[in-house]
Design a protein around this ligand. Sequence first.
Ligand code: PA5
Length: 446
Amino acid sequence: MALKLNNKFIEKFVSNEDIANISAEIYEAQKLLASRTGEGNDFLGWVDLPVDYDKEEFERIKKAAKKIQSSCDVFIVIGIGGSYLGARAAIEFVKSPVYNNIPNKDTPDIYFAGNSISASALNDLLKICEGKDVCVNVVSKSGTTTEPAVAFRVFRALLEEKYGKDGAKERIFATTDKAKGTLKKFSDENSYETFVVPDDVGGRFSVLTAVGLLPIAVAGIDIDLMMKGAQDARIAYSGSDINTNDCLKYVAIRNILYRQGKSVEILAAYEPAAQMLCEWWKQLYGESEGKDGKGIYPSSVIFSTDLHSLGQFIQDGSRIMFETVLDIKKANDELLIPFDPNNVDKLNFLSGKDLDYVNHTAMLGTLFAHSDGNVPNIVLELNDRSEYSFGYLIYFFELACAVSGYTLGVNPFNQPGVESYKKNMFALLGKEGYEELREELNKRIK
Ligand code: PA5
C-alpha cells in the first residue's frame, strides 16, 4: 500500500458510529459507480483505465517522447483545465517544481501554454523559445476551447516560420478526440502525429491517458511505473468494507464533515512540489461536486509557507473548514542543518538534523494546533514522491471523487457551469450566433 489514511486527528470530530451510520449510503454510491447506472455513466472510462488502455498507443507515446527529447530544447504543452493540470502536477511532484532548472538534465524544458488569455504569459514563452529548438503538444478534447486554440495558432505560426510547413509537422503532436472535432480534422490534414482522449474519459479524469502521459514521459518519468501504481490502487480500493477501504473511509469522513457544516476542504501539503497536484485536485473536486447548490469548496495550501499567511485564519477564523493533509513519508532529498559556532539564531539545537525531520515535526505541531482549534484533519500518508505513488494517489482521489459525488447526489462527470462565462465572452467578442445575448449584456453594462 502506497497510501494510508490516518484518522488520529479526526476522532474528536467523527466517531466510528458516524462512519457506520453513513456507510450504507457510501456503499450505495460505490455500487452505482460499479454498475454503471448512475448519472454521467458515459464517462467512466477512467475506472478501468489502469488495465484497460490502448497498449499500442502507450508504446507510441514512449516513442514520441524519445523523439521529442532528442529533437528539442523546449517542449510547449498547450491545454487548459483537465488538458494540462495532471501532466504539470506529475512533472512537478515526481521531478521538481523547478524541473526546468535542474542542472544537466537530459530532457527538454517543459512549459505550459494556453491555460490563460494573458498576452504577457504567451509573449514570455515566445521569448523563451527564441534561438531554441521547439516541439509542441496541443491537447484539447473538443479542439475548440478558446485559450488553447489561440495559443496553438501562435505556436504553429512560430514553428512554421522557423522550420517550414513540413518541418513543423514533425514537431507538432496533437492529443484530441479519436474521430470528431476540428483539431482531429486539422491534424489529419496536416499529418501531425495524434493521440487520443478517449470518449468516455472527461478532461479532469484524463491524466492517465495520452493527455498526461506524453508530457510526463517527455520529462523522463517512467509511465509504466505510474500505471502500475494506479493498477494497484484500483485493486486496493475495490473492496466494499469501509473499515478496510481507505478510499471509502475518506469519502465517508468528508461527507460527514460536510453535513456537520464544514463546507471547505483544504488540501495541505508540506512540499512545494505538491502545489500543482493541489491545483489538479481542486479542479477534480470543484468541477465534479460543485453543482446544484451543493459541494465542498476545494482549497489548498502549501505548509509551512502558508502557515505564515493563511495559518491565522485556519487556526482561528470562521470554523467552516477541514483539512486533508498529505504526509509524504520519505523526502526525495536529505539536507543536514549546519552548525553555527556563533549560534546567532539560537538554532544550534537543530544542527546535524535533517530538514525533512523538522518539516515533519512542523506538520505534527500543526496537526495538534489545528485540531485544538477545531479544524478536523484527515491525514493521507503517502510513501514517497515516486511515479508509482503518484499513480496510486491519482486513482485514490479520482475514485473517491466519483463515489463522493454520487453520495452527495450530483452527477460528478459533467460541468454545465463552465459554459456560462464562455457564452458571455463569445457574445461580447462578437461571435456569430450570439447577437441576442450581446444586446442583452450591452444593455446591462450601460
Ligand atoms: O475537465 C474538463 O472537462 C475541462 O477542464 C476540460 O479539460 C477543459 O475545459 C479543456 O477542454 P478541451 O480539452 O476540450 O480543450
